[in-house]
Design a protein around this ligand. Structure first.
Ligand SMILES: [Zn+2]
Length: 430
């Protein structure tokens, strides 16, 4: 039987195989061996009772910030991946805006080593497009991929120079990975704090216009069309960006795009009480933008959901809103928030939501995760639906979530990574 583990009695939902029915999952040597009805317990040394739970592939998040190296007051690879496990995520990509920037094989390998030591989730570092994210020199992408990088991005900053971005696209076009694009025209953002709309006007805060994002979305989609490179647009926030993506996709550009849970659920109204947990980049826009984002995810213009998990140490984030850094936590709230807002409310099937958090994001970066196919890594989320779950603590080193303390009608009961129970093990004791 080796180290075989049987997850028994649950409902398996795996959109990659169109499975949605009671099945058992047999795991051996860290891999999925079988997903079948009524697998006998004699085939495994250990059994987890999943009755009443929904068994899905572990979630895949291709846009997160783990802050290590250099930002350990806010997060570490170990604390961030522990929070990921608590949220059902088993594969995460972390952005390179660390100190030093992730632009060398040394930093790529050190992040991967830290993740292996911690053992909570698989981490693929996103290496920077330009050296030091300074926008002046391209990195050697082949060497960074060989070291274990999963994609390229200067996230946190745009690649401001169009010729530089074009050369970067020409360099990655045959490498099989995307450039993940933080689209922001810094000259239009200026001192902006929140979306340039009625709320900013009422509060007297400097605004960030929609064009700050959508101008660069249009520019880089045009470059993707010309070069044939795969461009992945990060955290799309407004109607004008959606229209640009739709236009260039229709013309054949190799463009994919993500939307974050907070942009799907919140608007700039959330800033009304000067709430620092509603301050992020790109800024939360208006209800009409939010509706367009939801429809764009539904019609495929936006491909996937990514959290943009952005921890900031309590001492830094909880200050005056114009001084507070941009961004909020994402891992632990993503599934409960989206389940409540869209699945429990009857707008999406659970399958729709899970597919956009599992095999679809994996496909964008060419990964073999996000599925329960036999032979693949045994990365699994066990979801508890229709029972209260309170976001009462975070495994992150930071606390910057607008949802901390709230009770939801679904949660992640346990997470299995590479065949090991990495979250919720206490549930199965005895
Ligand atoms: Zn970004």
């Amino acid at each position: 039987m080796g180290d075989a583990l049987l997850i028994r009695g649950g409902t398996v939902l795996d959109p990659s195989q169109e499975i949605n029915e009671p099945r058992d999952v047999l795991i051996r040597d860290g891999l999925i061996e079988a997903v079948e009805k009524d697998i006998g317990p004699e085939r495994a040394a250990r059994t987890l009772d999943a009755s009443g739970l929904t068994v899905t592939p572990g979630f895949v998040d291709i846009h997160t910030h783990l802050r290590e190296p250099g930002g350990e007051a806010s997060e570490s690879v170990a604390s961030g991946t522990r929070a990921a496990a608590a949220g059902g995520f088993t594969t995460v990509f972390c952005m390179p805006n660390t100190t030093p920037v992730c632009d060398s094989p040394l930093v790529v390998r050190s992040i991967i080593d830290r993740a292996r030591e911690a053992g909570h989730a698989r981490v693929l570092p996103v290496a920077s497009v330009t050296t030091g994210m300074a926008g002046e020199r391209l990195n050697d992408y082949r060497i960074l991929l060989d070291a274990g990088a999963g994609a390229f991005s200067d996230d946190g900053l745009p690649v401001e120079n169009a010729a530089m971005m074009r050369r970067a696209m020409q360099a990655i076009v045959h490498l099989g990975v995307p450039i993940m694009d933080h689209c922001e025209d810094m000259s239009l953002t200026g001192p902006g704090v929140i979306h340039d709309g009625p709320v900013a006007a009422r509060l007297g805060l400097p605004g960030i216009p929609r064009l700050s994002e959508s101008l660069l979305v249009a520019r880089d989609c045009a470059l993707a069309l010309e070069t044939g490179a795969h461009l992945h647009v990060c955290h799309v926030s407004n109607v004008e960006s959606v229209e640009a993506i739709r236009h260039f996709k229709a013309r054949g550009a190799n463009v994919t795009a993500e939307v974050s849970p907070h942009h799907l659920v919140l608007t700039d109204e959330a800033v009304e009480a000067f709430d620092v947990h509603a301050k992020m980049k790109p800024p939360l826009c208006e209800e009409s933008d939010r509706q367009v984002l939801i429809e764009a995810l539904e019609d495929g213009t936006l491909d996937i959901i990514a959290t943009d998990h952005a921890p900031h140490a309590p001492g830094r984030k909880e200050t005056l809103i114009d001084q507070s850094p941009f961004g909020i936590l994402g891992f632990e709230s993503a599934f409960p928030v989206l389940y409540r807002e869209f699945v429990a409310a009857g707008r999406w099937s659970l399958e729709f939501l899970i597919s956009r958090m599992t095999h679809r994001p994996a496909a964008i970066v060419g990964g073999e995760w996000g599925t329960l196919r036999p032979g693949r890594p045994a990365d699994i989320a066990l979801l508890s639906l229709g029972r209260p779950w309170t976001y009462e603590r975070s495994w992150s080193r930071s606390r910057n979530s607008p949802w901390l303390g709230e009770t939801f009608d679904a949660g992640v009961a346990a997470t299995v990574f590479g065949g090991q129970v990495v979250h919720g093990a206490d549930r199965f004791d005895g």
